[in-house]
Design a protein around this ligand. Structure first.
Ligand SMILES: [Zn+2]
Length: 215
């Protein structure tokens, strides 16, 4: 499948984004966070485009050819490949925050279980954990890091609307869980997005352990 790039986009820029996505995907797959071809990853390429994983590929074996170009409304650009089914949740981040350049979505066992445990409350409040400081803007374990849990749906516009409603209410958002499904988080570069994802996985595991041990 050939990827044609817009005349204004350099091949080396697209290739560097595609390589960064593929590298991250292989590493997260090795941790077991992307079972059965699930999960999707993207990076902003410029003001109007992002690179994203092609639907249905095994995330443990991704290469440059498994990444495609889309516009920020989720349409394929210069390829007949099909982007991830959840592309609208990636482009929403890039449209809302011009400074964000990487979006990661995984389906780890911990993310899946915790999302079900907290779905009825609509959010999980993390407080007292030193590792909250890994989330940009958090400088103390004392502050409350709230991660919403949105109901799952196969109808992406409904999920996009839930995220918009949360943000439009003025609440901070660094990540969200989807019930029985997984997590979305992002960053100003791939390193920040990876740090957020790894910290959140750790924090959710700690919360789950606390519940197990205190019951
Ligand atoms: Zn998913």
């Amino acid at each position: 499948m050939t990827q044609q790039l817009p005349a204004t986009m350099s091949q080396s820029l697209f290739d560097s984004r595609a390589d960064a996505i593929a590298d991250a995907a292989r590493q997260l797959a090795a941790l077991g966070w992307t079972p059965a071809t699930s999960s999707n990853f993207s990076m902003r390429v410029d003001d109007e485009h992002a690179a994203i994983t092609i639907s249905g590929r095994d995330k443990g074996h991704l290469g440059r050819d498994d990444i495609m170009l889309i516009d920020l409304h989720g349409h394929a650009v210069g390829t007949t490949a099909r982007p991830s089914a959840e592309t609208a949740l990636h482009t929403q981040v890039y449209r809302r925050w011009p400074e964000m350049t990487a979006v990661l979505h995984t389906h780890s066992r911990t993310q899946s279980v915790v999302s079900r445990l907290y779905a009825a409350r609509g959010a999980i409040q993390l407080q007292g954990w030193e590792l909250q400081k890994a989330i940009s803007g958090y400088t103390s374990h004392d502050s409350v890091l709230e991660i919403p849990v949105f109901p799952n749906t196969q109808h992406m516009p409904d999920l996009v609307a839930q995220v918009d409603a949360w943000l439009d209410a003025g609440k901070p958002l660094h990540a969200y869980l989807i019930d029985g499904h997984g997590i979305y988080t992002w960053g100003r570069d791939m390193a920040e997005a990876r740090r957020h994802l790894e910290a959140l996985e750790f924090l959710l595991e700690c919360e789950m352990d606390l519940r197990r041990l205190s019951s």
